[in-house]
Ligand binder design. Structure first.
Ligand code: SAM
Length: 359
């Protein structure tokens, strides 16, 4: 089979590495990469702005915000999402920055919730949020089609929360979690980044808190995605340390059937309650990754840690057809690497911090 360099005829599209053209998918087919992974989960970042300044994510001051004119409009987001759904994406997760800061958030949810896949089934709509505006927005979001929520909560202690997020807003986050718990949206998940000498004495308390709110706690290993590029592997709390801490309180039994999910899960004392750990650093799950990401300024990323992006905003604004957009998405999937490579000596942290990629 001949391999030739593929250049798509779109503005600002880049030539791919040498690939077999015959292997590339076509618009309307599932988004498969060269390792056979099928991509079904699109993370859509709605803004890079946030109401918190978590130390592991954003700088205290001096962040370089995306230009307002570069942020995708609602219609542009819907275009890309529709194209992705046409290529077999079945879940949209809205994130940021803080997605609830977007003034048109209810309308975003409503419009995305109307999208169906080639089989006519509606997409599944989920959101990752710090919860701060949830009490006022949740009824509208649920009515508009939001189905699942992940809320971030790293500590239950007010001063610690203020130090960690540089904002005194723990009460607002807790009110958001209470609103989510009272709503019918399930499963409800709470995300906590485990950090040494910051909140590693609270791991059991955080799980207890989640259980009291009919939620699953999911611990995340801290990743090299901070704005200051100060991440230090030797300082991070590992999956094994998290499990050891939880084992002092519960007997943990693995939940089988993880599929492409980022979290490994364990039953607590035989279940049905569970806890999860997202061990992106010490136990990467790249081999089952089914995710692609759209940044708020319209760049498509095939990996959280990618150092390349493909621009969809310029083609969108230059009048590209759905088929042309789909070709760009397909090509970007084909360029996806086997793994994020955090453990490789040549690993380089992405330029963008997590807040500008979309977590
Ligand atoms: N503002 C929303 C929130 O707080 O959930 C959504 C965006 S936030 C970037 C999404 C998730 O990424 C949060 O759970 C946050 O804790 C996590 N996160 C951010 N930076 C991280 C890092 N360096 N390592 C691990 N998780 C991180």
């Amino acid at each position: 089979m001949t391999t030739i360099p593929v250049t798509l005829g779109m503005p600002r599209a880049r030539a791919l590495d040498e690939v077999s053209v015959a292997s590339l998918g076509r618009p309307g087919e599932p988004l498969v990469d060269r390792f056979g992974r099928v991509h079904r989960d699109l993370r859509i970042s709605l803004t890079d702005r946030c109401s918190l300044r978590c130390t592991y994510c954003m700088p205290e001051q001096g962040n370089e915000w995306l230009a307002k004119s570069s942020i995708l409009t609602l219609d542009e987001i819907v275009r890309v999402a529709r194209v992705a759904a046409g290529d077999g994406v079945t879940t949209f997760r809205l994130t940021g920055g803080e997605p609830l800061l977007r003034p048109d958030i209810v309308e975003v949810v409503r419009r995305l919730g109307e999208i169906t896949g080639p089989d006519g089934r509606p997409v599944e709509l989920a959101m990752t949020t710090n919860g701060i505006r949830l009490p006022e927005l949740l009824p509208g979001l649920a009515a508009a089609g939001l189905r699942r929520l992940n809320i971030s909560l790293d500590t239950l202690r007010r001063e610690r929360f203020r130090d960690l997020t540089r904002r005194d807003r723990l009460d607002d986050v807790l009110a958001g979690i209470a609103a989510a718990a009272a709503s019918g949206l399930r499963p409800l998940k709470l995300n906590a980044v485990a950090m040494r000498d910051v909140n590693d004495d609270e791991l059991v308390d955080l799980v207890e808190f989640a259980l009291a709110h009919d939620a699953e706690l999911r611990f995340i290993e801290q990743m090299p995605l901070d704005a200051g590029h100060t991440w230090d592997r030797s300082r991070m709390v590992t999956r094994d340390e998290i499990l050891a801490a939880l084992s002092t309180r519960w007997h943990l039994t693995p939940v089988p059937g993880r599929g492409g999910a980022p979290a490994e899960r364990w039953m607590l004392d035989g279940g049905p309650q569970t806890v999860g750990v997202i061990a992106s650093v010490t136990a990467p799950f790249c081999g089952d990754c089914d995710r692609l990401r759209l940044t708020a300024d319209g760049q498509l990323r095939n990996c959280l840690f990618a150092r390349r992006e493909v621009d969809l905003r310029a083609p969108l604004r230059a009048g590209a057809s759905d088929e042309e957009l789909a070709e760009l998405v397909i090509a970007e999937m084909w360029a996806k690497k086997a793994g994020h490579g955090i453990d490789r000596p040549d690993f380089e942290q992405p330029e963008r911090p997590m807040s500008a990629i979309g977590g």
